[in-house]
Design a protein around this ligand. Structure first.
Ligand SMILES: NC(=O)c1ccc[n+]([C@@H]2O[C@H](COP(=O)([O-])OP(=O)(O)OC[C@H]3O[C@@H](n4cnc5c(N)ncnc54)[C@H](OP(=O)(O)O)[C@@H]3O)[C@@H](O)[C@H]2O)c1
Length: 153
């Protein structure tokens, strides 16, 4: 199925009023531009994998920032089986978490949020404790030096 045809079907749903908003997932920069063009500038979000373990979506994040489109990092903590080991796998996340008295997972989400106002991480959670902990990332401010150290991981 040609990409333009898939996105064209979504454009038709928007035009017919059957859906109010359209987002895409796992798209590269060319596909983001193409989808936004086909949708007449109505693309609202891009959901791509992005985490300390998976950084290759930086160009897509940058493009979404430029275009004012929400960028939703999926598996932002590294995925269900690896999220708990984030601190032991990536020392700077652990070190900065200890300095602030918070979890490495909260530092990870704050680091992403600091990249651009269009970033909206979507951590998976099955417990109230982790949902509350992740939510608190919106209030955690990291310094420029800390962000640089995390970027360098
Ligand atoms: N578009 C796509 O192709 C695609 C592909 C995969 C996933 N996704 C989406 O991405 C989202 C999240 O992905 P994911 O669940 O695979 O990975 P994830 O968010 O990286 O990791 C989820 C794990 O993180 C733990 N966790 C969450 N917040 C935490 C915190 N503050 N402190 C410690 N642990 C914490 C959870 O533990 P508890 O369960 O104990 O709370 C859960 O085991 C989902 O909405 C999923 O649908 C999209």
């Amino acid at each position: 199925m040609p990409y333009a045809e898939s996105v064209g079907a979504v454009r038709d749903l928007l035009d017919e009023g059957k859906i109010r908003m359209a987002g895409i997932s796992n798209a590269n920069p060319d596909q983001i531009r193409q989808a936004n063009d086909i949708l007449g500038g109505r693309l609202v979000s891009v959901q791509n994998q992005f985490s300390p373990a998976f950084r290759s979506s930086e160009p897509e994040l940058g493009l979404c920032d430029e275009l004012g489109i929400a960028f939703l990092p999926w598996s932002p903590l590294g995925g269900i089986s690896r999220a708990g080991e984030l601190g032991s796998t990536y020392a700077p996340f652990d070190r900065i978490a200890k300095a602030h008295g918070v979890s490495p997972q909260q530092v990870c989400l704050a680091w992403m949020l600091a990249k651009s106002p269009v970033v909206v991480p979507i951590p998976g959670s099955s417990r109230p404790e982790t949902i509350r902990d992740s939510l608190a990332a919106t209030d955690l401010e990291l310094g420029a030096e800390e962000l640089a150290q995390l970027d360098a991981v």
